[in-house]
Design a protein around this ligand. Sequence first.
Ligand SMILES: [Fe+2]
Length: 484
Amino acid sequence: MIAVLRPFIPKATSYLQALLRFFQAAVLLITQRYRSASLRFKIAFFVVILMTSTSFILCIITVQIMNNYILNEIIKRGESVGKSIAASAGYNLLSKDLLALDNLVFKAKSSNNDMLYVAIVDQDMKTVVHSDTEMIGLNKPVVQGKLYKEAVDGTTVNEFTNSSGSIFEILCPIVFMKKSLGSVIIGMDRSILLEAKRKIRNMILIVFGFIVVLGIFASSLLASFLIKPIKELSAGVEELKYSTAKNPLRVYSQDELGKLTRNFNEMAALIANQRGKLTEYARDLEEAYVSMVKVVAAAIDARDSYTHGHSARVAQLSFLLGEQIGLPKEDLRDLEVACLFHDVGKIKTPDSILLKPSKLNETEYKEMKQHVVDGASILSWAPSLSKYIPSTRHHHEWHNGKGYPDGLVGDNIPLFAAIISIADAFDAMTSDRPYRKALSNEEALRRIARKSGIQFRPNLVAIFLELMEKNRVLDEPIRVAGAA
Ligand SMILES: [Fe+2]
């Protein structure tokens, strides 16, 4: 937080600017935090702020109303007492009955604790009687305060502050026989009001605190009530993203959220239905695709009667080898299709070379080698077939780097290509050619073993030999899943 606020502080040239920038930064920070906060926090925060600010404003208004009420009550009481004394004091003042006047002042002062003083002055503002006897005979000092109220009958209320504190001084004229004889002066202690204000403030603070706690609790409850279905909806959407939603979501209410949940359940059921149909279509499409690949491979092999069924046999052998080294099911399926495609480039090889009954010369052999590049190029036309390009392009690479087309060495040769290379060589050697008879299985395996580490990957050769031994070398049909 300090790091966020710091840039704003040195730029400020005055206290006001600093305060303004600090406020801007605080708002920015709260806004940023608020945006990234959870929905539960946002709702709770909003409700608490709303309740707190409303309570605060209500408290201020209440305190103000109570203040005015208490103040008016104090002044009214003072005026009432003052007028009462004034009414009784007229005759006594005229007859100079000081004892009676003193009695009036004494009674008023002793029965009202919030009266600081009570006095009766004559027309010249000379104190005749006073609750403080030391003031008797002295002239009433002119009050330097604020006129709070002035009534038609001449009663005035002044507000001022002296060493005794904050005082309301009420002056009631004494009129007898329509003749003004003096005034009754009462000093009301304003600290009584302050004490009352303090008590009210404390009470309001307690209520305010209670409202805030209640607000937090209520907002938390409200947030939970709103968040629960939203959370379930969110989890449902998340589940639907990766799979079909297993169970419909629970509908908590009949309001907008409940309607949304019901709609979501209907939508999830629809998606599940569509997804099932799509899976079926995908399965059909995949089967059609594999059939198409087999047809293409058979068409390539059919160009040469000597290689008839070559791709399918390479697929069978490669599948067995791949299974033996522990390839997962998906990879075995890809390997099988890769085998069917491995010589697809031969479709561009001229018949004069492909079907030549004798050994190829150097130029012809060079053109024959082009089939791996042509095969990769044909597969690149369809993005879905691009994963078969490496095995097609590199199935004639040698382990020692002397193969073609790129002279890859060792484990740089893709695994599928290294597997196909062995199966391809075995099937070629054990098939008749126009210029030679098929080798026996044992002789073909011996030749493969001799080329281990030279043409073929050694660990694959070892496993292949072991596999052939175990299967009594292809004199009888080999167990292959899926391949025709
Ligand atoms: Fe080939």
